[in-house]
Design a protein around this ligand. Structure first.
Ligand code: ZN
Length: 324
């Protein structure tokens, strides 16, 4: 165990089990030469301060690292700069509320293969026959309804829910497809991508979660590849709370989902599920063919908080994926 101090307010204890399972490294991280340094300012804003040579950190992160928020103890306040040299924010991915209850996550006892048994309401995660994500390796070529977006700017509300960074979106935006209006609720991110295209993941995937009037969920999945610095992503990352459960609402900053769409809205269509517990089915998936870009440093910044937060691909069973 080692204790570090992230700020003058919060401290975390890293619990490293003695065993290690194979760590899934979403990109060729071991070969990376640089790594962003994530720091939290006094008002909770996460900043990418600089790049440093630190090639080994991803390999050091156990797939079963848990982050436990230490109870503040009198006389237990280390100097603000203590531990920064070996501070490893890369392990801050797994929400952990207490030892007595298993919580879902992406590693260890709460990992995806066990979701179905963690809670009575999570049964579909194990028994469902139309689960997401899937590997989109082949599809039936036919006309699919156009996605007609009507995204407007929203004030920026960013939440760290312990599983991802999520942007809650103001009402009044969405898309129409096949005569159905879907209202955008929130967007969030996974690394690596949850859907595979032709057998391989992208470094990241964004999910725009929408709900129709009848309650049907419609999700647009947008693949994200390494490329140009993405200024919209920058605005989200800079305001992302570093602590699980943290939330920031910044009225003065706007985000427009339209700015996160690729030029082409061609997509693969299939019916699936939420990719997180309770894994509810009946979700209309629209996985865009064209990816958007973010910089390598921006990917690393997200992975510093969430090294891996993707559910493995699920059996397609007798479903058919369609696309133009
Ligand atoms: Zn998602």
């Amino acid at each position: 165990m080692k204790k570090i101090l992230l700020s003058t307010v919060f401290s975390f204890v890293f619990v490293m089990p003695g065993w290690a399972e194979e760590v899934v490294v979403p990109v060729d991280a071991a070969a990376e030469k640089v790594q962003p340094v994530i720091k939290e300012t006094a008002d909770g804003v996460v900043k990418v301060m600089q790049e440093e040579a630190a090639p080994a950190y991803v390999q050091e992160v156990s797939a079963d690292v848990q982050v436990v928020k230490a109870a503040p103890a009198a006389g237990d306040h280390a100097p603000a700069d203590e531990g920064h040299d070996d501070m490893d924010v890369g392990t801050m991915a797994v929400e952990h509320h207490g030892a007595a209850q298993a919580h879902w996550g992406y590693s260890g006892a709460g990992a995806a293969p066990y979701w179905g048994t963690l809670d009575g309401s999570y049964g579909l995660c194990a028994s469902g026959q139309e689960q997401s994500p899937v590997n989109i390796a082949k599809f039936l070529q036919e006309d699919v309804p156009d996605i007609m977006p009507s995204y407007k700017p929203s004030s920026l509300e960013v939440v760290n829910n312990g599983h991802t960074i999520q942007v809650n979106y103001d009402a009044g935006s969405g898309f129409e497809a096949d005569g159905v209006n879907y209202n955008l609720l929130q967007l969030h991110f996974h690394t690596p991508s949850e859907h595979y295209l032709d057998g391989a993941p992208y470094p990241m995937e964004m999910h725009l979660v929408h709900k129709a009037e009848d309650g049907t969920l419609g999700v647009i999945g947008v693949m994200m590849k390494i490329g140009e610095h993405n200024p919209v992503i920058e605005g989200v990352w800079q305001n992302a709370p570093i602590e699980a459960g943290g939330s920031k609402h910044i009225d003065s900053v706007e985000i427009n989902a339209a700015d996160l769409m690729p030029a082409s809205l061609e997509y693969y269509k299939y019916d699936g599920s939420l990719t997180t517990p309770p894994c509810s089915e009946g979700v209309h998936w629209h996985v865009l063919k064209e990816p958007i870009e973010l910089s390598e440093m921006q990917l690393k910044a997200f992975q510093a908080l969430f090294p891996v937060n993707a559910r493995p691909v699920q059996p397609l069973n007798d479903r058919v994926i369609t696309g133009d």
